[in-house]
Structures are given as structure tokens and as C-alpha cells.
Design a protein around this ligand. Structure first.
Ligand code: SF4
Length: 251
């Protein structure tokens, strides 16, 4: 948890939550909410590393509804890494047409060609190895490790970062460095791989559906009692949503 933001014991007592308790409460509330509110998305039904990777590449800067449309079509045409590696660039581009940001398709294609030359022709499960592949950054590396291999590692995308900043850094959210957000995420991820999978999905889901960038729904947020930002709401604000002028910062 953020060491430098730990309040003085007196103010901690007033705030009512210590950092360890905040983390426990956040995890518990988040996982309970995810169990009842998560969207049924196609890539949540697979642990196939290639299929997980395709979904993650497609979801970068693209709406879920668009990806839901393109994802099954792309996989029908290129069902595995080997098929994608053999494909002509033009065919890959055609299958990606309409999704935009074509560099993602180029990277995915290049990645497939690199991976099929490996001895096991399989995507690695270690984020430190994954991040060496074309188009794979720290988030995508963590996402493949946790969502395909159920590794107990964090995957911090824009949504997850916003949630962690608001919950654990409160008023300092806007000044928080990415490495501090990742450190908190690392400490929060459950050690059990299946719970880690659910936790990582759940943080991103909360950021997408509730703790949105412009209109966070703090009054109905399941983790609000554990959140440094949402718990600051005045009693008369609890029944309505934030407007732009009063929304939490730190996107
Ligand atoms: S209470 Fe508000 S700021 Fe905190 S996680 Fe929920 S929606 Fe985000």
C-alpha cells in the first residue's frame, strides 16, 4: 500500500480504515461485486494464451462492443498462432479492417512469427519474457500471464490504474507515478492464481462500469467504503452521481 500516503495514526483513526484493512475490504468487496455483476465476454471463457492475446491486442483503445464483433471473426480465420504466422500480411490486414490502429495487427502478426520459431512454439507465461515480444507492453504481458496462465501477477491498464489511484491514493491520485500504482497492484493481487484472474478482471471491470473516468458512480460503488476518494463524499452527495466539477481526479 502507498507508504508515503499513510496518514498520521490520529487521522487514520478518524478515517476509520488502516491500509491493510483498506486493502482487505477493497479485495473482498470487489470480488463479491464481480461475482454478481461481471459482463459475460467471450474472452473470459478461454485460457488459451493465443486467444487471450488476440483479445488484449484488440481491446487496446477500442470499445468492447467493437471487439465482440471482430474477435470471433478473426479467430475463425486465424484460429492459432501457427495459422497467423503463415498468413500473408494483406490477409491479416483484411481481417483487422474496421478495428483501426493497424499497428496492433502488424505487431500481432510479427509476434506470431517470432513465437512459432521458439522451441515450444508457445507464448511464454512469464511477464518478463512476454514483454520482449513485438507490441507487448507491461500491461499486455501481465494480462496474458494472469488471464491465460493464471499467474498471480498484476495487469494494470488505464481502467485499473484509475481505480487504484482513486481508492488508495485519494487526493494524491493525479500526482501518483505508474510504478507506485503497479506496486500497490502487486501487493493486492491474491496469491492463488484463480483468484488473481478474477481480481485482475474485476478491477478493470469496475473501472469500465462504475469508476469511470468522467462520471464515476461513487454513490452506488461497491468498494466505496474502502475508497479514499469515494468515502470523502458528503452525506448529501451520497444519493446522486458526481458531476464533472466534483469528480475525483487522477485518471
Ligand atoms: S467510490 Fe468512486 S472513486 Fe472510489 S472506486 Fe468507487 S467509483 Fe471510483
Amino acid at each position: 500500500m502507498p507508504r508515503s500516503s499513510t496518514p498520521h495514526p490520529a487521522s487514520r483513526a478518524r478515517a476509520g480504515l488502516g491500509e491493510a484493512e483498506r486493502a482487505r475490504s477493497f479485495r473482498h468487496r470487489l470480488l463479491a461485486w464481480y461475482a454478481r455483476a461481471a459482463r459475460d465476454l467471450p474472452w473470459r471463457h478461454t485460457r488459451d494464451p493465443y486467444r487471450v492475446l488476440v483479445s488484449e491486442m484488440m481491446l487496446q483503445q477500442t470499445q468492447v462492443s467493437r471487439v465482440e464483433e471482430f474477435y470471433p471473426r478473426f479467430l475463425a480465420r486465424f484460429p492459432d498462432l501457427a495459422t497467423l504466422a503463415r498468413a500473408r500480411p494483406r490477409a491479416v490486414r483484411e481481417a483487422w479492417d474496421g478495428l483501426g490502429y493497424y499497428a496492433r495487427a502488424r505487431n500481432l502478426h510479427a509476434l506470431a512469427r517470432v513465437v512459432v520459431r521458439r522451441t515450444d512454439a508457445t507464448l511464454p507465461d512469464d511477464p518478463a519474457e512476454l514483454v520482449k515480444l513485438p507490441g507487448v507492453g507491461p500491461y499486455t504481458a501481465g494480462a496474458v500471464a494472469t488471464f491465460a496462465y493464471e499467474k498471480a501477477v498484476p495487469a494494470v491498464d488505464t481502467n485499473a490504474s484509475r481505480v487504484i489511484k482513486r481508492v488508495f491514493f485519494g487526493a494524491r491520485a493525479a500526482r501518483t507515478r505508474p510504478k507506485d500504482v503497479w506496486a500497490v497492484a502487486r501487493a493486492l493481487v491474491p496469491k492463488d492464481g484463480k483468484r488473481a484472474w478474477r481480481f485482475n478482471q474485476a478491477v478493470m471491470e469496475l473501472g469500465a462500469l462504475v469508476c469511470r473516468a468522467r462520471h464515476p458512480a461513487c454513490p452506488v460503488c461497491p468498494v466505496r467504503p474502502a475508497c479514499r476518494t469515494g468515502s470523502r463524499l458528503a452525506p448529501n452527495q451520497r444519493g446522486r452521481r458526481h458531476g464533472d466539477e466534483s469528480q475525483p481526479t487522477g485518471n
